[in-house]
Design a protein around this ligand. Sequence first.
Ligand code: SAH
Ligand code: SF4
Ligand code: F3S
Length: 469
Amino acid sequence: MQIPNYEAAKVRSKKEVLIRKFNLDNKYLNLGLNKKFYLKTYGCQMNEHDSENLKGLLHEMNFEEVFDMEQADFILLNTCSIRENAHNKAFGMLGRIKHLKESKPDLVVALCGCMAQEVGVIEEIKKKYRFVNFVFGTHNLDDLPKLLYENLTNKKLNIEVYSMEGDIVEELPVSRDSKYKAYVNIIYGCDKFCTYCIVPYTRGKQRSRKKEDILKEIKSLVHEGYQEVTLLGQNVNAYGKDLYDDYELADLLVEVSETKIPRIRFITSHPWDFSDKLIEVIKEHKNILNYVHLPIQSGSNRILKLMGRRYTKESYKELYDKLRSIENISITTDIIVGFPGETEEDFLDTLDMVNYCKYDSAFTFIYSPRENTPASRLEDNTPLSVKEERLYRLNDLVNKYSKESNLKMLNNIYEVLVEGESTKEGMLFGYTETNKLINFKAHKELIGSIVKVKIIDAKSFSLDGELVE
Ligand code: SAH
Ligand code: SF4
Ligand code: F3S
């Protein structure tokens, strides 16, 4: 039994991060023979990619995936802590699983991901959800085979969560969700400690993967025919700082570009570490896509300071203007409304920045206090109804600009990576270089290739197009 602890999670030691190669012990190989697993993922792309590794591990143990929870012998929830509603969804799911387990006592249930790193969540599981078989955290994904094995002989709730990040584990098995686009981690953890955010506690200190390991992974993806990679990290712009004296994200992107993978994206960028060199590199390489996700969070300097974001609206604008010099760039953002003490005036500053930046799209959230974060200790007198009303006003403005940016695309031709069949009957869907969702009629054979599409209709969240022969 190993439970999380926030004091330990906060520590940023200078200890060298070890890198080790994953190896599956033979005794785990047949654990999943004739057994089915159901995996539910919450949260960000990093969690989605962790789930691809978890599936890889389960497939190596000969488990088969099912998409109906009732058919599963093993249910795994890969959870997210970012906001209260992510929490509630996972606990709601545990409630449903409890009923299932009553009629199916051999069912094995496990929880992992960011919620497992929360002290309060572990206490709640120990109190109310003792039917869970085991819990493991973000720092020991590779313990899954061991925990499943131990569960064969010991059915009591087992909690194995480490607060301090461990080694970087290379060569974990992976079952990717797409055959055409792939996520590649380049940096783990986060050292920014924005005052509202739980991620620095759930994901540990910032650790870059070695460039050789990243490039090796991408070269093998090119070899397998992948068309697009997304380089992942909570703050990709900090890439290399913990590892190299003179090698940053811009340098990595140049080397990734040389692999000739047709499309390269990178998320998420913190405005603080965005270098001029990075802007030049995006301009100079066709396969580094002209798309940047640049979270602003608030347009009020007072609130930005309380958030610990380390930039002002003026410095954000300066960076934003430089980015707009990249031809046809698309810029998206994240915004939080209702941070403790946010006044109407602060909120109007945020709307001002949205009017200035005219984002291609934005993810907008109501502030959600997270356990143990500095912001959760701030006084917050704004009623929820006021925060909700601000969110509506913000969304109206954001949607207006999304629609405007989409309307500008009408009658133009864009390259689209075709990803699959659309929810709209008889249509396929794919994304442009600038990450716009396009639906269009074409033969299924085109799935996985990059085609030219002319835009014929524009809405706020998607566009319709027609294939250009
Ligand atoms: N590393 C990224 C963000 C990761 S979390 C960055 O710094 O930009 C994704 C988004 O969730 C954040 O950009 C923020 O807008 C939102 N978020 C994070 N913590 C939150 C909280 N406590 N309440 C509401 N939204 C939050
Ligand atoms: Fe959270 Fe800030 Fe780190 Fe993003 S940069 S993950 S918002 S602490
Ligand atoms: Fe959620 Fe953890 Fe990602 S808190 S947003 S799953 S890093």
